[in-house]
Design a binder for this molecule. Structure first.
Ligand SMILES: [Zn+2]
Length: 153
């Protein structure tokens, strides 16, 4: 296998045979564009020293090889080997993205409403949520307990 001195080069070589990877020892997958970003960042953050180099397997797995130990630590494995897990991973990511999408519009709309609400609510002082006589839950703003009929103050 070719000895590669930076991760971005390794990613470029691996991209010839693979366009998606599983990050080793995690449940996460990484597509091509994100891989290039991750590789560029890895090269920026830490240069590998003379004792190690990157390798790319014929299947597109990317590993870090240690010369002295005769050891290769596989960092990224071809996603093709994990079709079911990959599907589950992206399904979950999609669901989480949808959840965030649904929450975001409410969050952007609500601040003006919340700013106006306190003034509207103030005429109604804190009425008790439970009847002090029988303990039944009370509707907001109720004048009488729905169960025992006692007047709510
Ligand atoms: Zn009551």
């Amino acid at each position: 296998m070719q000895r590669i001195d930076c991760m971005l080069k390794a990613a470029l070589i691996a991209a010839n045979v693979c366009d998606e990877w599983k990050i080793a020892e995690t449940d996460a997958f990484i597509p091509l564009a994100a891989m290039f970003q991750a590789a560029a960042m890895a090269d920026e953050e830490h240069q590998i020293d003379d004792d190690m180099f990157y390798v790319v397997s014929s299947e597109g797995a990317i590993g870090l090889a240690y010369k002295r130990e005769y050891l290769t630590q596989w960092l990224y494995l071809p996603a093709e080997d994990f079709p079911e897990e990959r599907k589950a991973f992206y399904e979950k990511a999609k669901q989480e993205a949808e959840k965030q999408k649904q929450q975001t519009p409410q969050q952007t709309q609500s601040p003006p409403q919340q700013a106006a609400q306190p003034q509207q609510k103030q005429p109604q002082p804190n009425k008790p949520k439970f009847c002090k006589n029988c303990g039944s839950p009370l509707a907001p703003g109720a004048n009488n307990c729905p169960k025992c009929g006692i007047k709510i103050e």
